[in-house]
Write a protein that binds this ligand. Structure first.
Ligand code: ADP
Length: 550
């Protein structure tokens, strides 16, 4: 017997319609590439998105057509989020930090037909345009005045919006229709496209907004620093419409000073970004003796949040850290490290230990850890295994590769190594390709990096497995010191005493000026392994490590 309730499809356009009808006067503030601050409301967003949708139809965008963006976080990008997906077309957010050759490859793989881009990227587009053969229209996200003297096939965004009225009606279609496309970063092999649906996106949006996730509400002001080209800014552009939160977009300026000024000027309560961006912001604040007056929650994900950062945000600034884990293949929200009732009486140190983990699932997402043969491992907080994920917003097939099945027994192998404790808190010990294998045992590079980051003179730390004649690999710590730092390798290595088993202590420390960063603001370990992989065999400074093993 079927239930007798309405069968309304879960559509992205309904998030916008809801925001317009129920939070029409709520504000969206954007720092623009043009250099000024732009303000309007959800009502304006909805009207302009409808006009843009009418323009897209005129440009030949049909259901399923891929429409690419190369843009910072701003209101026009948000209009595209809704106009493209709302029309039944597919929004493909490109990462401008990728190399031009990679962009060309991804645009061709996605078969993008229209490309919208911010003013910043005009030189890049002028260089790339001849190589983007499938792209029929290139649209500069600004007004006509900003078009170059000889625009060629370039269109101006504001012309498109101005040429239509806002009477467009959002089409209704099946909720499993594709809505947006994101490519993985492709640190191993070519990037792969993950194709989200309206249903997966709306369910993911509920999950992001829940109190044990970001806990977003109509009383919040949210600053998505995480780019809208990095897994849909972790779903925040959708969640803001779902709950009616004020939105603040930072545009291209992601340095500590610009972010802090914006947070303070706009009364931001929730800010979200990867640890390296938080690091830049905290360094700026330390240097200038600043604090936050309105920020309540710091959402940190994409890479492990070092415990020292968690402590600084919580203890110095009174900001609650929501440490989250996810990946392109999980839309991306997977877990958040929010506390349970049992932790309310815990000491700050005990609470920080829980919050430092990558967190637990909200309903919809499920995780397990398995051994090499796929057998489920215990949730004891100690046993590490391959992390598997499943849920209605987890990938089932990659775009254009539907003949390959990435799943194992219905679970998606994340490529991460993790433990899960009895309360369901998951902790990533490594990506499987970064784990350090010493004498047949695994050493967690993240644990070692977190300890090194606790030293006040360390700005950034990466730990890699360097080749070793006896133990195959031994941990090598690579450190970017803060300006004026005076620490020695011995000072740093002393930090590990009593914090990890003796044989986990890195064999050596090298100081560098910078650590290579990937397009999504994460440390790239492959080039470090290339550069320093032979450091221990070459340097021969290695003391024989204590016997590895439990
Ligand atoms: P990529 O890094 O390949 O671009 P994603 O942006 O999808 O792809 O990153 C997903 C990966 O980032 C995860 O599989 C995990 O290794 C890492 N990651 C994400 N969040 C965290 C976190 N809080 N702690 C540690 N690692 C994380």
């Amino acid at each position: 017997m079927n239930g007798l309730m309405m069968q309304r499809q879960l559509l992205i356009s309904d998030l916008l319609t809801h925001a317009e009808r129920h939070h029409g006067a709520q504000e969206i503030v954007s720092r623009r590439t043009e250099g000024d601050i732009h303000r309007y409301t959800f009502r304006d967003l909805a009207a302009r998105s409808r006009r843009l949708a009418a323009a897209l139809a005129e440009l030949g965008v049909e259901p399923g057509t891929r429409v690419a963006t190369l843009a910072w976080n701003g209101y026009r990008h948000l209009e595209l989020y809704y106009a493209v997906s709302g029309s039944g077309a597919v929004l493909h957010t490109l990462n401008p930090r990728l190399h031009a050759d990679q962009l060309e490859w991804i645009v061709a793989d996605a078969d993008d037909r229209v490309l919208f881009f911010d003013l910043t990227f005009l030189p890049l587009i002028e260089e790339l345009a001849p190589r983007l053969r499938g792209v029929r229209h290139l649209v500069l996200m600004a007004d006509r005045e900003h078009l170059p003297d000889r625009p060629g096939r370039l269109l101006a965004y504001e012309d498109l919006v101005a040429a239509h009225d806002d009477g467009h009606r959002w089409p209704e279609f099946d909720e499993s229709t594709a809505s947006s496309l994101c490519y993985t970063s492709g640190t191993t092999g070519n990037p792969k496209g993950v194709l989200y649906s309206h249903r997966s996106t709306v369910l993911h949006t509920y999950a992001v907004a829940l109190p044990d996730s970001v806990g977003l509400s109509a009383r919040d002001t949210v600053l998505p620093i995480v780019p809208m080209f990095h897994v849909n800014a972790w779903g925040l552009p959708y969640a803001a419409c779902m709950v009616g939160a004020k939105v603040v977009f930072p545009g291209p300026d992601l340095d500590g000073r610009s972010l802090h000024e914006l947070q303070e000027a706009e009364g931001v309560t929730v800010s979200a970004s990867v640890p390296t961006v938080w690091q830049g912001q905290l360094e700026h604040m330390r240097e200038h003796g600043l604090t936050f007056t309105t920020l309540e929650r710091a959402v940190i994900g994409g890479a492990a949040c070092p415990p020292a950062m968690l402590r600084e945000l919580e203890e110095t600034h009174g900001v609650t850290v929501v440490h989250g884990w996810g990946m392109t293949e999980t839309s991306p929200f997977g877990t958040a490290s929010t506390l349970k009732g049992k932790h309310l009486d815990a000491t700050p140190d005990e609470r920080h230990t829980v919050q430092g983990k990558q967190g637990r699932c909200v309903f919809g997402m499920d995780l397990e850890i398995v051994d090499d043969s796929g057998r489920a491992l215990p949730w004891d907080g100690r046993t590490a295994g391959h992390l598997m994920a499943r849920g209605p917003w987890v990938v089932s097939r990659y775009f254009g590769r539907t003949d390959e099945d990435p799943l194992r027994d219905g679970w998606f192998p994340t490529g991460d190594i993790a433990t899960i404790d009895a309360d369901g808190y998951m902790q990533i010990t490594d990506r499987s390709k970064d784990v350090i294998k010493s004498g047949g045992e695994w050493i967690s590079s993240i644990d070692l990096e977190n300890i090194a980051m606790g030293h006040p003179d360390v700005s950034m730390a990466a730990c890699i497995g360097a080749r070793h004649p006896k133990w195959d690999e031994r941990p090598l710590l690579i450190v970017v010191p803060r300006p004026g730092a005076t620490m020695s390798p011995a000072d740093l290595l002393a930090l590990f005493d009593g914090k990890v088993a003796k044989w986990w202590t890195p064999d050596d420390v090298v100081f560098v000026d910078a650590i290579p960063m990937g397009a999504t603001g994460k440390m790239l370990k492959a080039p470090l392994r290339e550069r320093f992989g032979d450091h221990l065999t070459e340097a021969r400074t290695t003391p024989a490590p204590p016997r590895p093993g439990p």
